[in-house]
Ligand binder design. Structure first.
Ligand SMILES: [Zn+2]
Length: 243
């Protein structure tokens, strides 16, 4: 069962939002209206929850249930009740208000690898918001990064730029990861740009993260559309690599 475009977009938004969510604390989850705002969806029904259903929510919920994936749609709540719709519990065959099960779904969703299912291209419209708050800006940033990582993987056909391996997944899918050569965040403060990204297999990703290997520009498999900047390679060799 394939997830449709709206379902994928909603999934991508929720995944970007998972970092902030504390299982069992719905005040850290996301409201139905906010999902509309961030995805640029129209209000199609009077109630926001009803309006989101045909615009990705039902498709995503059915897809997670059918695949046995964590019930990530439990991250979307009504701000008046701080609970997801009744349909959420029913779909998974649970009693309404089974809060332990609900918290467990969010906990599992946080550790689940959603990357093969995220939207390839993602149209988020923070500019349509009257005054985007900091949170919206950071979400739109995370999603933009997700889209950029996707592009890098596509350019390389999911092949590791160090060893050429593309991991095979079910249904003919491939799996790869994208590493920021000069890491994001403190203390490195590397930029979210394609020149600072490298498409790698999980093994090489771990070795790069831990500084177990040195990078040599000549050994990196490159494509015309994706040039890695030497300054980031130098940074890795000088500040991350531990001889
Ligand atoms: Zn590799």
């Amino acid at each position: 069962m394939e997830l449709d475009v709206q379902g994928r977009n909603l999934l991508s938004l929720l995944v970007a939002r998972l970092d902030k969510a504390v299982p069992g604390r719905p005040e850290t989850y996301i409201g139905y209206k906010k999902c509309h705002d961030l995805l640029g969806l129209d209000q199609q029904r009077e109630k926001w929850g009803e309006s989101l259903k045909p615009q990705g929510l039902s498709a995503l919920a059915d897809w997670t249930e059918a695949n046995g994936f964590p019930g990530i749609t439990g991250l979307i709540i009504s701000l008046s009740t701080l609970e997801p719709g009744k349909g959420y519990f029913h779909l998974f065959g649970k009693e309404e208000g089974d809060y332990d099960w609900w918290a467990e779904q969010i906990r599992s969703a946080k550790s689940f690898d959603w990357s093969p299912y995220l939207a390839e291209k993602f149209d988020l419209v923070p500019s349509d918001l009257e005054a985007p708050d900091r949170e919206d800006i950071s979400i739109s940033r995370i999603i933009r990064d997700t889209a950029l990582s996707y592009r890098v993987k596509l350019i390389h056909g999911y092949e590791c730029q160090l060893c050429g391996i593309a991991l095979s997944m079910p249904a003919g899918k491939k799996y790869a990861e994208v590493h920021h050569i000069k890491p994001l965040g403190q203390p490195h403060d590397g930029p979210d740009v394609i020149e600072n990204m490298i498409c790698v297999c999980p093994n090489h990703h771990a070795q790069l993260d831990y500084g177990a290997i040195k990078l040599r520009a000549d050994d990196i498999r490159t494509k015309q559309e994706h040039q890695i900047s030497d300054q980031f390679i130098d940074y890795h060799n000088e500040s991350i690599y531990k001889p």
